[in-house]
Write a protein that binds this ligand. Structure first.
Ligand code: GDP
Length: 467
């Protein structure tokens, strides 16, 4: 059912600023009428949807020409919002756009709120909630993978998976409700063992979706990778080499990188957020540095990956192992990559010593940050660490990226577990039905379906109980 929202909204749909084109979009019952008030050369009223019209926009009162434009017409319900939509492509100037918007407002349009076109699309049934949210993600996507995930969600991949599960649960919920209708009589319509099987299956899927949230987060927000190491190991130089720009201050005085510098590098479609930290040292020379070292440990606590950088000419393999062990003491599962720097200065014996370390269950990469050698191998090793930790490479599987969805899935999981437990303990139908209803509501909140309506529809269409 198309719900008509009575007012017509207008907004600039392209970024502000100078450009070849600016697109002003209107949506609502008066979209065509309001456009016509300014548009000359053609009568738009009789034109079908999905057509383009060239003409002039004029200020109606003064007749002053605002712009030469092309108007694209979309007729309800065949439009993004399912309402009448007009998209006006004019010249990309803030001045012209301001004038056009002001003229439309005088004709009775209202400035759209943030996301209002998509909100209308949802209210009018063109998109479900998860898909509407994907629109925002798609616009914000800035890596190949986050784009792919958002696009999959927009096409309804995530929603389909949930809808299938909910449909099965709704059947059982309907049967349980039916038992309740029979009140005192001791009847069981819902097959308890079938329900137990379904519960186990649904919980498995929901758990899988929740696990994917961790990956989804990585894709959406990047993999936080802390670069740690002793002063002068070459951390800033490496970061600069990775970023290919001189951001961090590089100097030969130990302990100069006192603050954190974060930047992002896209490797193979995955975003790595690199955090350069203050140098680690056993006896920090001054208080500022001591604070830096403590904060480094804190940052490692939030990282998904540790890149421990050391100077091949300064440290022995056992010192390297000791440093890594100390840094990851509180986080034994944190993937850590040891990177030996200043290959250009290292002796053959020093190189050989670290090659031996690589044999001992520790990934070691040998590079020269200063000379930009070994960086491609380093990037490949970073990807391998991330994939090894299960943080990437999920292929086309459904990936949850939205915090709201993750919370709803957690809530659903809690209620599903309660139903399962209730079944095992032979709890009354009423309690089972209540928990199941909550689980359905939580799952339904993701796509914006309303569970009580679902239940009623299911009950009345499937059963003629003649009561
Ligand atoms: P940080 O304290 O770990 O951030 O170290 P920096 O990046 O400031 O580097 C310390 C010093 O080592 C600087 O003088 C760099 O130019 C030098 N350096 C860094 N990488 C290399 C390298 O691969 N080879 C050589 N020879 N010098 C390097």
């Amino acid at each position: 059912m198309v719900q008509t929202l009575s007012d017509t909204i207008v907004a600039l749909s392209t970024p502000p600023g100078a450009g070849a084109l600016a697109v002003v979009r209107l949506s609502g019952p008066d979209a065509v009428g309001i456009t016509q008030a300014l548009f000359s050369k053609k009568n738009l009223a009789g034109q079908p949807g999905h057509t383009l019209h060239y003409g002039t926009l004029r200020e109606p009162a003064s007749g002053e020409i605002l712009d030469e434009v092309v108007v694209a017409l979309y007729r309800a319900p065949r439009s993004y919002t399912r309402e009448d939509v007009v998209e006006i492509s004019g010249h990309g100037s803030d001045f012209i756009v301001r004038q056009i918007l002001a003229a439309f407002l005088r004709q009775g349009a209202r400035l759209a709120e943030a996301g209002e076109f998509t909100k209308r699309a949802f209210l009018n049934g063109a998109l479900d909630l998860a898909q509407a949210e994907a629109v925002a993600d798609l616009i914000a996507a800035d890596s190949a993978l986050s784009h792919q995930v958002a696009l999959n969600q927009l096409r309804g991949g995530f929603s389909d998976e949930l809808r299938g599960l909910r449909a099965q649960l709704v059947q059982f919920a309907a049967l349980l409700e039916l038992e309740l209708d029979f009140g005192e009589e001791d009847v069981e319509f819902a097959d308890r063992s079938g329900l137990a099987r379904l519960l186990a299956e649904v919980q498995g899927v929901v758990r899988g979706l929740l696990r994917s949230f961790e990956l989804g987060n990585v894709i959406k927000n990047g993999i936080t990778t802390v670069i740690a190491g002793r002063p002068n190991a070459g951390k800033s130089t490496l970061l600069n080499a990775l970023l290919r720009e001189e951001r961090a201050i590089v100097s030969a005085i130990p302990g100069t990188t006192r603050d954190f510098i974060e930047d992002e590098v896209s490797i193979d479609g995955l975003r790595f957020r690199f955090v350069d930290t203050a140098g680690l040292r056993d006896n920090p020379a001054d208080e500022v540095e001591a604070i830096g070292v403590r904060r480094t440990r804190e940052r490692i606590g939030q990282a998904a990956l540790l890149l421990y950088l050391f100077d091949l000419t300064e440290l022995t393999p056992s010192e390297v192992q000791a440093d890594i062990a100390e840094l990851t003491a509180a986080l034994p599962k944190l993937p850590a990559l040891a990177v030996g720097n200043k290959r250009d200065l290292a002796s053959p014996a020093q190189l050989a010593a670290f090659q031996a370390l690589a044999g001992e269950n520790q990934t070691v990469e040998i590079i020269s940050a200063g000379q930009r050698q070994g960086l491609e191998e380093l990037q490949a090793a970073l990807l391998a660490q991330v994939r090894g930790a299960g943080l990437a490479g999920a292929g086309s599987a459904t990936i949850v990226t939205n915090v709201r969805h993750a919370r709803a899935l957690e809530e659903a999981l809690g209620y599903l577990a309660a139903v399962e437990q209730g079944l095992a303990q032979g709890r009354g139908t009423e309690l089972l039905a209540a928990d199941l209803r909550h689980a359905l509501a939580a799952l339904g909140s993701i796509t914006g379906e309303i569970s009580t309506d679902d239940l009623l529809t299911s009950i009345f269409t499937q059963f003629c109980i003649g009561k």
